[in-house]
Ligand binder design. Sequence first.
Ligand code: CO8
Length: 256
Amino acid sequence: MAYETILVEQHDRVGLIRLNRPQALNALNGQLIGELNAALDAFEQDRGIGCVVLTGSEKAFAAGADIKEMQVFSYPATYLDDFITSWERLSRTRKPVIAAVAGFALGGGCELAMMCDFILAADTAKFGQPEIKLGVMPGAGGTQRLTRFVGKSKAMEMCLTGRLMDAAEAERAGLVSRVVPAAELLDEALKVAKVIAGMSTHVAMQTKESVNRSYETTLAEGIRFERRVFQSQFGVADQKEGMAAFIEKRPAKFDH
Ligand code: CO8
């Protein structure tokens, strides 16, 4: 499929998606989200892909939903068309997805990054939920996911004032896993993604599912879920290979 608003590449077993609307700081419009969803579908179906990296440009991961497109939206059309639901396809990706964020990740851009499994940030990254300045509130998980990442006080301040958070603060607050120099961001993200893609893909997917379960259930239920999945992994060849490789002091060769 030919894309106009994203660039798609494959690096070994890693799928790379770059948001690419430079004239609008990668503002997210319907076309971009449609193309992003199609690229994610393709990577999900491709057995040759074990991990996905989502990134933007040096200046912006994404400066939010496209305000020029949204300006004319009406209610009840947003309700009838279920505006936003299809924008959350990223959060339903079963394979691991890393967000590599440089520059602005604002509004829907911050929400998109938070839908990924973890965020690697460049030292230039700036995160924020400035929707309130536009007379609306975050609509793609910002009030929920940001609160879980950074706690109520900081999330509330950011959503109520629109204040941006720089990379250092985002790391201290637990929004990002690590901060790296901007020039190294993509290489580092691809390196980490290749490590993940080298693992057993089904074990990586089940690990992701289990960590995500911790947000949606009680501790006891989550532990039970983890236990069942862990036990089932002894029925798959990758467990025999991984443990034999350790004992034989050689790299494991997983059956992806
Ligand atoms: N939508 C449309 N166009 C945008 C957007 C945007 N969100 N952000 C920037 N642009 C455009 C500008 O209009 C400008 O275009 P032009 O040259 O034609 O005027 C171009 O990008 C460059 O932008 P600036 O000149 O403003 O660049 P600056 O470096 O001066 O400023 C900022 C950068 C601070 C990022 C500034 O552009 C800004 O404040 N942007 C808007 C940020 C914002 O409010 N984002 C929230 C949008 S609402 C939202 O995201 C709702 C979420 C809905 C769900 C999404 C699901 C994933």
